[in-house]
Design a binder for this molecule. Structure first.
Ligand SMILES: Nc1ncnc2c1ncn2[C@@H]1O[C@H](COP(=O)(O)OP(=O)(O)O)[C@@H](O)[C@H]1O
Ligand SMILES: [Mg+2]
Length: 170
């Protein structure tokens, strides 16, 4: 399988949260049913911001949020396209638990946050998307307002690569 995000393979520097959303919109416009995106990156990297853009690009019903209480949320299409299944695998222990969610990966676009090593059981091929915060960022600086909901804009590195592997759930 080619196409899809192939044109975006490689590393992109995304300067702001708004740019991350816009990048997601662009990516969302390139996705089709059956596509699986596995997002990796620390808390606050921008995984959900990116996914929110994807939802907009796909034309699905929002809001795309951090699935704090729900592990997987399905956003139906508003434009007769595939739904977006947004999974937060943070609390999932194994691919077997993901299988329990009965995701219709053939007919959906599936985006899994924290999914590396887990979501691969859904498809034989997927897009690996790593979001990195710049090295040397003032992570330990807690002398801030204490409001962690909106973080100051700083660049992220987003690396998109095609990945494939054997489906080997024992
Ligand atoms: N370049 C950037 N790209 C994405 N988010 C950014 C960027 N700069 C700052 N931010 C902030 O980082 C936070 C990312 O949060 P979120 O998308 O929920 O991350 P995650 O889902 O990876 O935990 C938001 O508060 C956002 O405003
Ligand atoms: Mg998130």
């Amino acid at each position: 399988m080619t196409g899809g995000l192939a044109a975006l393979a490689g590393t992109h520097v995304i300067e702001t949260s708004e740019d991350m959303h816009a990048f997601g919109v662009r990516v969302g416009g390139m996705l089709r049913a059956g596509d699986l995106l596995v997002l990796t990156g620390p808390l606050g990297a921008g995984k959900t911001t990116f996914t929110r853009g994807i939802g907009e690009g796909l034309g699905v019903r929002g809001p795309v949020q951090s699935p704090t209480f729900v592990i997987a949320r399905t956003h139906p299409s508003l434009v007769d396209g595939p739904p977006l299944v947004h999974v937060d695998a943070y609390r999932l222990g194994s691919g077997l638990e993901l299988d329990d969610l009965d995701i219709d990966a053939d007919r959906s676009v599936v985006v899994v946050e924290w999914g590396r090593g887990i979501a691969e059981s859904l498809r034989e091929q997927w897009w690996d998307i790593e979001i990195e915060r710049p090295t040397g960022a003032a992570d330990g600086d807690t002398g801030d307002t204490g409001d962690a909901s909106e973080e100051r804009d700083e660049p992220r590195r987003v690396t998109i690569s095609r990945a494939s592997g054997p489906v080997s759930i024992p």
